[in-house]
Design a protein around this ligand. Sequence first.
Ligand SMILES: Cc1cc2nc3c(=O)[nH]c(=O)nc-3n(C[C@H](O)[C@H](O)[C@H](O)COP(=O)(O)O)c2cc1C
Length: 183
Amino acid sequence: MTDKHLNLVLCGAGPATDAAVLIRLAQEQSWTVSVTATQAALSFINTADLEQVSGNPVRTDYGSPSGTVRMVRPIDALIIAPATYNTINKIACGIADTYVLTSVAEIIGRRVPTVIVPFVNATLAAREPFVASVEALRHEGVDMILGHSSAWLPHEPGTGHLQQTRFPWRAALRQVDRSHRRS
Ligand SMILES: Cc1cc2nc3c(=O)[nH]c(=O)nc-3n(C[C@H](O)[C@H](O)[C@H](O)COP(=O)(O)O)c2cc1C
């Protein structure tokens, strides 16, 4: 029986298609996993497959609008991967205009160990708002897997499909596991 729960947030970028890889790796290390997907991520994933592998429903919305109680399950660690340019900038600014962003804001606010793996091309990553977002999130204690020290760099535009197989799922899990042990 395991008592550590990982929430995986998927954004609308190619590697979301391979999210089952992370779920299985995490389960091998005694994590239970739930998946939260942005609206944009839904067109990249097979929701039924991820529900079957994780054993949990994939959440995108608040559920019933008439429901007054939002079920918040205890989350011990958060991985946001692949994280888009859009979502990284929104999280850094504190925008919470969707279920996913609100949930992420609360989890980071509770100081739950959080790892973000961007999947962003080099022209977007060069923008000042993105550079500032990465710095702000690091300052807040979020682990950003990005840069030479992580061996994970923004890709040239149009080459994302070549990078997808190199996506650092294993490094993300290793980092979140390390932070969770320290917390
Ligand atoms: C086929 C396709 C591939 C995309 N790949 C990326 C990507 O690799 N990185 C990225 O930041 N945005 C990518 N986008 C754009 C995002 O999906 C878009 O900005 C979306 O609004 C992100 O929403 P989210 O951040 O809520 O997931 C892609 C869009 C499409 C249609």
